[in-house]
Design a protein around this ligand. Structure first.
Ligand code: SF4
Length: 211
């Protein structure tokens, strides 16, 4: 049974035995920060328990929140296309987020993404750490600034260091690149196509370290 002694850290909701199914079930009841009140459900990571590559994004979006699965919205579809172009089989990857609930604010009838704050990221981080501990991926790829800074420190700049393998205790190979949602926000088609090509180039570098 999940422990619910106090809020403030997801670790207070951890199951006794760490496995992906037990963590996923426990995370469904997490109330370590206020985001559980706003999201429809916890969106835990998805993928094989022995995935070689783990991708980490910021938080679930509108569609992910409704479906309860990560990377299934418009950015997730762009991500799937880019993986295919880079020759990486998505079914062999584990995809997750730093924060497991959708943070949003209303704009008319729409729910608009709102960046999680440092407290929410810190409260949720134990779920990600547990996912890394259980899956033990050979490669971790942070997607976007929030994930990169949560994993690699607040001074990390995706704009300067994207696509580089970095020294880290998290996994033998760690890299950061942009979040696919940022490509969708490109101001025009030409920029979007260019950014998409750069994203695929970053993903292709993973092929060098995959078994
Ligand atoms: S965002 Fe994370 S820490 Fe906050 S309630 Fe959801 S699962 Fe728990």
């Amino acid at each position: 049974m999940p422990r619910k002694s106090s809020a403030g850290s997801a670790s207070n909701f951890f199951p006794d035995k760490l496995s992906l199914p037990s963590l996923r079930a426990a995370a469904a009841d997490c109330q370590a920060c206020d985001l559980w009140k706003r999201g429809t459900q916890t969106v835990f990571g998805a993928g094989p328990s022995r995935a070689v590559v783990m991708f980490v994004g910021e938080q679930p979006g509108n569609e992910e929140d409704l479906k309860g699965k990560p990377f299934v919205g418009p950015a997730g579809r762009l991500f799937a296309d880019a993986l295919a172009q880079a020759g990486i089989d998505r079914s062999q990857t584990y995809v997750t987020n730093v924060v497991k609930h959708f943070k949003w604010e209303p704009r008319g009838k729409r729910r608009i993404h709102k960046k999680p704050n440092a407290e929410e990221i810190s409260a949720c981080r134990p779920w990600l750490e547990a996912e890394i501990r259980v899956v033990k991926p050979n490669v971790i790829v942070a997607l976007g600034a929030t994930a990169a800074q949560a994993l690699l420190g607040p001074k990390f700049r995706v704009t300067k260091q994207r696509g580089e393998f970095l020294e880290s205790t998290l996994a033998p190979y760690v890299m950061a690149t942009v979040h696919p949602a940022s490509i969708l926000r490109a101001p025009d088609d030409a920029t979007r196509r260019l950014e998409q090509r750069r994203f695929v180039q970053d993903l292709k570098k993973l092929a060098r370290v995959l078994p």
